[in-house]
Design a protein around this ligand. Sequence first.
Ligand code: UD2
Ligand code: MN
Length: 575
Amino acid sequence: VLLLMYFSDCLNSSFHCPQELKVEKLEKRQTENDVDLNFAHEVAKNLIKTKGISLSYPLSALQAWEQAPSVRPQIGSPGEEGKPVHIPPGQETEVEEKFKLNQFNILASDMISVNRSLPDVRLASCHKKEYSPLLPTTSIVIVFHNEAWSTLLRTIWSVINRSPKALLKEIILVDDASERDDLGAQLEEYVRTLPVQVIILRTGARSGLIRARLLGAKHVTGQVITFLDAHCECTEGWLEPLLDEIVRDRKTVVCPIIDVISDNTFEYVTASDMTWGGFNWKLNFRWYRVPQREMDRRGGDRSAPLLTPTMAGGLFAMDKDYFYELGTYDEGMEVWGGENLEMSFRVWMCGGRLEIITCSHVGHVFRDKSPYTFPGGVSQTIFKNSARVAEVWMDEWKEFYYEMNPGSRKVDIGDVSDRLNLRKQLGCKSFRWYLENVYPESQMPLEYYYLGDIRNAESGMCLDTMGRKGGENVGLSYCHGMGGNQVFAYTKRDQVMSDDNCLDASHGTGPVKLIRCHGLGGNQAWTYNQGDRSIRHISSGQCLTSIIGKTAGPELRVCDGSKTQQWIMKAHFKW
Ligand code: UD2
Ligand code: MN
């Protein structure tokens, strides 16, 4: 008989529970009060054993959790059920003027209830899942700098409304030196009325999101830390599958699917469960399609946890002790950026795993630009943070980053010796191991012959992406030796690649395009001949040619050995 245990007050303690302990038989044949505590623990332990549930969590979470009441749509209110909000005519100028305050439509956000209803976006198979009755408690840490009142409160309310009460230890708000009046005393007063413990911390001086999160983490009393941005909305059933996966293996760091809340209409738009996290040479986090390999590993079950090479960074949950064991965050990082890849590499390389839990959905307002200032300058800050990631974690592949962002070689990145020591102490694996085992589909080639610019012998000009997007022609311009758009890698898989695009020619003649690398050879396979310096398109047998008098870019032509078909790959050549 399965016993459901209600430890009404002991949710807040770890092993020692107060007296009001009720043990109920599932079939409700009999209810006994004042059962001996030791006996109850014994029964619980037995259950854990027989059900095969890991004992890494204290029994505090042992209870049938009370479900949060689900939010009913307020018929007629704007944005209900996640629908888009339409701004009344005549307010367009105000929308535009106020947009830059938050880089989203604050008028739309203000029109929506802080308790708005959302659709249940989960896959049908998610509803059939059974989660451990022994889920740990969690503290939610939300950091913010100048967040809008309505988005912040909607984040908080969505947590309250859609998390089982027993699992929610507290919400920790970290105000990173906001300069808005309503986020001061008014917020303190507001949170006192909430049906959950809310702690407000203030950094005092602007510390950036990384150090703000660290301050929040110090005050966590739950067993799991869950981080959220300050403009999120959690959907029905978002929390249980995250915590369940951590119970199975405390070294698993879990992310929900991050759905899109429109920055304009605040419409709730479901994101694909077929994307995972990657990164490019610039060390920007990017979404890519999940490869077949990972679909196969999950037996084609889209509701199964998805192993992801990296995470977006804002929304994730992690065992609190493991957060500390693994070295929290790099405190040398400023304001915004880099910490997401740093944490992703560290988790994988140092013995953990990183997953997207596709049955858990949380919406986030994605913005095109940051609304706030970067005290040290935007690019200086991001260069510094990313260079710290590259120096500590990426071994020789850091060169891809530096070649792509020559500006970051000149930035003072500060001292990284503590982080290097951490890597050593934890006995972390190499970046090569990560690329081979976790992310073989990466845009960083595992084996490559050359990284640098590719110069034409006749014109002296260099191949140049001209900053164009995938699908456009590759260009040719004066060699500047500064990397960036003129950096290409010639790889062992016969690719000539620049970041996530590859030189691609679908016809035997004509312009050569930059197309997202597919790694399958075909139109993207080239061989470089060090002898005659030709770059030959394997499938057509034609040669990459710089056309005299034509500045548009190189084309494919019949190979004739002329200087227009000779290309110089000078530095770092490794055969
Ligand atoms: C993404 C992440 C974000 C973070 C960032 C890289 C998601 C959905 N978001 O950018 O969490 O990992 O990548 O660093 O995955 N904030 C401060 N102090 C600051 C700057 C920001 O407290 O100096 C707060 C900000 O108010 C927000 C959170 O940090 O609540 C994340 O900032 P963001 O929303 O501008 O980042 P985002 O979503 O573009
Ligand atoms: Mn955000």
